[in-house]
Design a protein around this ligand. Structure first.
Ligand SMILES: [Zn+2]
Length: 289
């Protein structure tokens, strides 16, 4: 009834209704053509309102002890950004392999996690792992070697990368430019929500979580649903295991909210979402193939 009243308001009285319908029909193809290219169209995110990606960095024990069981219990899939040299990779390789078999992505977080020690606040960077002292060739080679290691674990050829410390440059060179063909995309550390046409696959935005509440994280998910955008979470410790941490309870509440709203949220590993974004951007001539 509300709809009918609305139509009457738009088209006017019965006497005028046919002529108005005819004139409106002429515009329908135009309207459809317009909407099919609008990124607000919910079809772009696997027919959901938004995409949410859960990422967990640094290959730490809590990934396998806390996170994988929590995700598996709710049939949610995440991305684990693996440091190739992490002792947890060697020690628990069978468990990483099982996690990949369950549909989680093993993403590449480099071999030794080099960060730019020349930047302010980087006293934690030792001379051996200082990205500012790396050559571009060495950086690229180590990241490719990590892909080989990850392929030996999960058998996959397509995955995503995450910049250690979010550092993208060595001197003036964006080193990932040489790695574009090795990955579906790369996650950065800048906070932001973007529609599918605006996502930069060389530097995907994300929200780094350290001590925030479930309410804060759920508000971000709601915002992504309203704006039809991509929301990426970056976690380190979950229930401990890292100095950047979120409590088990807050993390669990977030997962429950996502699960309860799964009809509206496309929850997928970064690689699946990145592949989808690339398809969209290439099809709409927003990005070269
Ligand atoms: Zn890291």
């Amino acid at each position: 009834m509300v709809k009918l009243a609305g139509l009457k308001q738009i088209f006017g009285n019965k006497s005028n209704i046919m002529i108005n319908i005819k004139s409106c029909l002429l515009f329908i193809p135009l309207l459809l053509a317009g909407t099919s290219f609008r990124p607000q169209n919910t079809q772009v995110w696997n027919n959901k309102k938004c995409a949410v990606v859960l990422t967990y960095d640094d290959a730490i024990d809590v990934d396998l002890d806390n996170v994988v069981p929590a995700l598996d219990s709710m049939k949610l899939k995440g991305t684990f950004y693996i440091i190739g040299s992490s002792p947890v990779v060697n020690k628990r390789m069978g468990e990483w392999r099982r996690a990949a078999k369950h549909g989680h992505e093993l993403g590449n977080h480099s071999l030794f996690h080099p960060c730019d020690g020349s930047l302010p606040g980087r006293s934690f960077v030792g001379p051996d792992n200082d990205l500012s002292k790396y050559s571009v060739a060495r950086t690229v080679d180590e990241i490719r070697a990590t892909n080989s290691l990850l392929k030996a674990i999960d058998g996959k050829d397509v995955r995503t990368f995450a910049y250690p410390c979010g550092d993208r440059k060595i001197g003036d060179v964006f080193f990932y430019e040489q790695l574009r063909n090795d990955f579906a995309g790369a996650r950065g550390v800048t906070p932001g929500l973007q529609t599918i046409d605006k996502v930069d696959l060389d530097n995907v935005d994300c929200y780094a979580i350290n001590g925030q509440t479930a309410d804060y994280m759920i508000a971000l998910v709601k915002k992504a649903m309203e704006t039809h955008t991509l929301l990426v979470f970056l976690f380190h410790g979950v229930g401990g295991g890292h100095n950047l941490n979120v409590s088990l309870k807050e993390h669990s509440q977030l997962l429950h909210f996502i699960k309860q709203n799964e009809k509206d949220i496309w929850v997928a590993p970064m690689v699946d979402v990145a592949v989808r974004i690339r398809e969209y951007q290439v099809a709409n001539h927003l990005k070269r193939n």
